[in-house]
Design a protein around this ligand. Structure first.
Ligand SMILES: NC(=O)c1ccc[n+]([C@@H]2O[C@H](COP(=O)([O-])OP(=O)(O)OC[C@H]3O[C@@H](n4cnc5c(N)ncnc54)[C@H](O)[C@@H]3O)[C@@H](O)[C@H]2O)c1
Length: 331
């Protein structure tokens, strides 16, 4: 498969999924320049980029996706012809305490990126300039936009019903992407994935937190009764899906990305404890406000249209990830 652009702007590339994605792309393709725009919030870590920071085709730029002037300079200087936007405030709990920053980054940031992309790739009548005919803006979205579902699975055309300020901000961004596609003809795509797991994930997230609590023999904080169900996709499978959608997906379309590994939070803890061969203690805490019971994605579209399937078995990749942490970080 040929990569659709030469100078790719990846935002949030020092975070969990973004850093895995850049590593994946550098392994798979030659001669693609990647510019990583990240303002290194608490969730961004330069250590996540160690695998590729010395690659001659890689450049890190510290800054925010809300900074229009900076984005414009980056497009201008590096002739950016593709954007994949991972940058976001991504922790639901934080969005309950401080929703404003979620609107700022997750909504306004996306707007600024798309405005600059339109200005740079198109003429004043919104016709693509010849050298940017292949250019595309890809937005990374989340299964949380559809809200909770007790039975069955959400298809891409299901109504959005976000229940937290985080998911509302991500849903709003998707709406903006849609509007830029329809109003200005911006070439866009969206990937909507379930929970990812794998290396470089921040310790505030559920799987790293479970591992850390089991290791330190402290109580694992579990919301409500622990029966909330999530689907878990290995981050490498998601990276493969994003690559496929960015390059071969249809403009204006969105694709669900999930692995059918639905499991309750309590069962997930049991599996991790088994893998680590250590006992666990649970400290049930008052349920999160607006806590969704179950997320579930119907992934028929990406399978039938783009021939994407998750290839990493849940238990095996979880074991590999945990054993790697134990080997490298001594947990
Ligand atoms: N982690 C998951 O399970 C999951 C699931 C579905 C969708 N997503 C989405 O995937 C994307 C990446 O998630 P993640 O888990 O890697 O997040 P993360 O929190 O690990 O990383 C986010 C990165 O964005 C950077 N960032 C934040 N605000 C920025 C700004 N204003 N300008 C530039 N950079 C900024 C941070 O410094 C960090 O490096 C997000 O859009 C998230 O909504 C994540």
């Amino acid at each position: 498969m040929k990569f659709r652009c030469n100078n790719l702007l990846v935002t949030g590339g020092s975070g969990f999924i973004g850093s895995n994605f850049i590593e994946y792309i550098f392994k798979k393709y030659k001669n693609i320049n990647i510019y990583n725009l990240d303002n290194l919030t608490y969730a961004g870590d330069v250590n996540n980029t160690l695998m590729f920071k010395d690659n001659k085709n890689y450049k890190f730029i510290k800054g925010s996706i809300c900074d229009t002037e900076l984005i414009h300079d980056i497009f201008n200087q590096h002739k950016i012809d593709g954007v994949i936007n991972f940058a976001a405030e991504s922790h639901v709990d934080n969005s309950i305490v401080n929703p404003n920053i979620f609107i700022e980054t997750n909504v306004k940031g996306v707007l600024e990126l798309m405005k600059v992309a339109c200005r740079f790739w198109m003429d004043k009548n919104f016709n693509y300039k010849n050298e940017f005919l292949n250019s595309r803006f890809h937005q990374i979205s989340t299964d949380e936009i559809y809200g909770s579902i007790n039975f069955g699975s959400f298809k891409e055309n299901h109504q959005y019903r976000p229940n937290s300020p985080y998911s509302a901000s991500k849903a709003s961004a998707d709406m903006l992407v849609r509007s830029f596609n329809i109003t200005y003809g911006l070439n866009t795509s969206i990937s909507v994935s379930s929970n990812n797991f794998g290396k470089n994930q921040n310790n505030e997230k559920f799987i790293p937190k479970i591992i850390e609590c089991i290791r330190s023999k402290s109580e694992i904080p579990v919301y409500g009764d622990g029966k909330n169900v999530r689907d878990w996709v290995f981050v490498n499978d998601n990276c493969r899906a994003i690559d496929l959608i960015f390059n071969n997906g249809k403009s204006g379309e969105q694709y669900n990305v999930g692995a059918n590994n639905e499991i309750t939070n309590l069962d997930l803890i049991k599996i991790i404890s088994e893998i680590m061969s250590l006992d666990f203690k649970i400290g049930f805490v008052e349920d999160r406000r607006g806590h969704d019971l179950r997320y579930s994605l119907d992934t028929t579209k990406i399978k039938s249209k783009l021939n994407w399937y998750p290839i990493n078995d849940f238990r095996t990749s979880l074991e590999k990830y945990i054993n790697n942490l134990i080997d490298h970080e001594g947990i």
